[in-house]
Design a protein around this ligand. Sequence first.
Ligand code: GDP
Ligand code: MG
Length: 440
Amino acid sequence: LTEKLQNVFKNLRSKGRLTEEDVKLALREVKMALLEADVNFKVVKGFVKDVQERAVGQDVMNGLNPGQMVIKIVNEELIRLMGSETTEIQLQPGQATTVIMMAGLQGAGKTTTTAKIAGKLKLKGKKPLLVACDVYRPAAIKQLQVNGEKQGVEVFSMGENHKPVNIAKAAMEHAAKNGNNVVILDTAGRLHIDEEMMEELQEIKEHVEVHQTILVVDAMTGQDAVNVANDFNQKIGIDGVIVTKLDGDTRGGAALSIRAVTGKPILYVGMGEKLSDLEQFYPDRMASRILGMGDVLSLIEKVGEDIDEDKAREMGKKIKKAQFDFEDYLESMNQMKKMGGLSSILSMMPGMNMAQMKGFDSEEGEKKMAQMEAIIYSMTVKERRNPEILNPSRKHRIAKGAGVDISEVNRMIKQFEQSKKMMKQLPNLMGGKGGKKGRF
Ligand code: GDP
Ligand code: MG
């Protein structure tokens, strides 16, 4: 009886509520992580305060310790703050022309991003016109022309001897005649916020109907991003933000700061110098990047949250003994799905940062997984349990059942053997929650 009672107490404790002390302790770590990620100090302070209020008194989920529970809340709050869904540039309805003005400091990536966006719009069947309004930097016009040509879109320029506002007006006439349904104004930045630049942008807005003003910010500006975003938003008004140079090793604090201060959505992120390197902004990915959760620990935490622990432990044992068969493979695929898909898991692996994931097409990866699944489902249970009995005639039947070529079946089996080998080398990865304690 005493033992039973003790267990009840243990359960009560582990299912308790977050105390102020729990939350404070964990938030100290979070604060450090945010500052390290170059989130603006004031933003950090406000954020931590909000989370503190929200977290104290909340139930600790089963299987999590208080520290992990706080991190879970922090992660959710970060995602919420950065916008819980992905957004896009708002285009005018129907055939109406959309005018987009790019703004930002010099070197932020306006010209490059202008060309990147043009490529995306072209794919959507739009006919963009890029307008060279940067008349200060000698090479700026040429740069836009070169990039426009690469993307196969037209560039409008009038050289360096006109005012930007007049170039913009002339470009509108050109677009009307030429049937361009999107006009993107590539404006001139300055090294620092200055009045002249703001006036120039305001003047354009007064004379041309700009539908979307997009602020381009270099992720590496970190703390400064707040002032930049605030000034641009107050003086000219912005509709959305693009954060560039996230392919570097910055932790992306700028994205959080900007969003917190302006409340405007982050539309895209620049992931490289190539014109194809513009990606949708995913708040959840950015949140883990900012928190620096790229470690196995967090992967294990996530496993602990979402999957049946006993199954995981059993699987871990099987992997150690290399008794992993296709049934287990199916099971692990299902668990992977629960954990948010392949890309979400990969992004949490050590050494797999955003930059390295660039070449990884998660859609492609997930399609492949679906195909694998179809193949395994076409096997009999006996075949799944004993892959070695798969002779050519069985493979032929399986291929037919899954609607794939027999070479796909062969490749899948080979891959399976390979991953079995690989998994033998990471025996602890799927072994449940070992090593989870002691984080806080
Ligand atoms: P602008 O002065 O705002 O027009 O900036 P540019 O478009 O000329 O870009 C400045 C520099 O940043 C150029 O060398 C670009 O190639 C580079 N750049 C722009 N976006 C990115 C990005 O997302 N990643 C990286 N690595 N470089 C970028
Ligand atoms: Mg430029």
